[in-house]
Design a protein around this ligand. Structure first.
Ligand code: EPU
Length: 307
């Protein structure tokens, strides 16, 4: 376990916004979990779990939170556990254990090299494995949910334990743990991927990545889509028609490329603020509600989350 005092949070997020936490706790090995409860008691503050930081909008200033970073698996390869069997109707599947800290782009590269299909829809998503599960990340008709066979999680109430699929629920961009717990950390996951060939997996990956690059601002500081798509609509399209593209407050603006992306201007001399970001999100919600009568729900998570 590595402890960092008063870490700056902005560099840990893809939007590059936010103040400082009380502490950052880097969990690099499973054994680190054993001393976590004691460490948290000593540090005080509200635990907040950080994956790849790619879906976060964090307040400025000194925040009363302790950031927990499950980094197990960051530098390891996924571990092949076994091939699916006929009883499961899964002879074409390979079961893999992946640490929560593994970066999605690394995992995708590994899957391409080993000819394992299923995750290609996550092409271009910068997060880590734990965050991808906690957000049910997805795109291009694929989400991570149907691939997850088991999860190792930590909760303050039950400690480290293994869950099977009936113990969780995935909905659109959401993971729900059925057991009651004040908070939880995903430590690792077992995924079932489909046996294919490197060429086929690479081709689908490439198609999705090019598609993403053509219509999303992948080289800017953003937090991905900031609003969920309302049923039957694209939030990006609604925001576009409502005239939000290019609307700016300070160093933050809605992308000219895709209206559901809030961009933190890299070239601006001043750092963007949480207040500016929130004002833009509220303006966008008001315009879409007034023009179409449709409420937009935030996909981006706001920190601190003290409830
Ligand atoms: N559109 C516009 N103007 C815009 C943006 C989009 O007219 O500014 C139109 C597009 O031309 C298209 C339609 O709206 O006809 C849908 O757009 P797109 O294909 O970009 O998909 P989306 O619904 O905006 C969703 C996910 C993305 C995911 C893409 C691709 C959500 C909130 N967004 O976007 O996920 O990458 O599909 O599958 O579910 C994310 O969740 O962070 C994310 C980026």
């Amino acid at each position: 376990m590595i402890l960092v005092d008063r870490p700056a949070l902005a560099p840990l997020t893809t939007l590059r916004l936010g103040g400082n936490a009380i502490a950052e706790v880097r969990l690099e090995r499973m054994e680190d979990i054993l001393i976590l409860p004691e460490t948290l008691k000593r540090l005080g503050g509200f635990p907040h779990i950080l994956g790849g930081g790619s879906n976060l909008l964090i307040q400025d200033g000194e925040l009363p939170i302790v950031v927990l970073r499950p980094l197990m698996g960051t530098h390891d390869e996924p571990k092949v556990l076994r091939q699916g069997d006929a009883d499961e109707g899964m002879t074409d599947r390979i079961f893999l254990r992946v640490g929560a800290g593994m970066r999605i782009p690394h995992l995708l590269n590994w899957c391409i090299r080993h000819g394992l299909a299923g995750l290609e829809g996550l092409a271009g998503i910068p997060g880590r494995m734990g965050g991808a599960i906690a957000m049910n990340a997805g795109a291009y008709g694929c989400s991570i949910a149907p691939l997850v066979r088991s999860l190792t999680v930590f909760t303050p109430e039950r400690g480290t334990h293994i869950l099977s699929p009936e113990e969780w629920e995935f909905t659109y961009r959401r993971f729900i743990l059925r057991e009651k717990s004040s908070w939880f950390i995903i430590l690792s996951a077992v995924l079932a991927l489909c046996v294919s060939t490197p060429e086929k997996v690479r081709a689908v990956y490439k198609k999705n990545f090019l598609c993403k690059k053509a219509c999303q601002p992948v080289h800017e500081y953003t937090a991905g889509c900031v609003f969920k798509n309302p049923e039957g609509y694209s939030a990006g399209r609604l925001l576009d028609i409502a005239g939000m593209k290019g609307v700016r407050r300070g160093s933050l603006f809605f992308s000219h490329m895709h209206a559901n992306f809030l961009v933190h201007d890299k070239h601006s001399r001043t750092k963007g603020t949480y207040e500016d970001a929130l004002e833009l999100l509220e303006m966008a919600q008001t315009r879409v509600k007034e023009q179409f009568g449709i409420p937009l729900e935030k996909e981006v998570r706001l920190w601190p989350c003290l409830s």
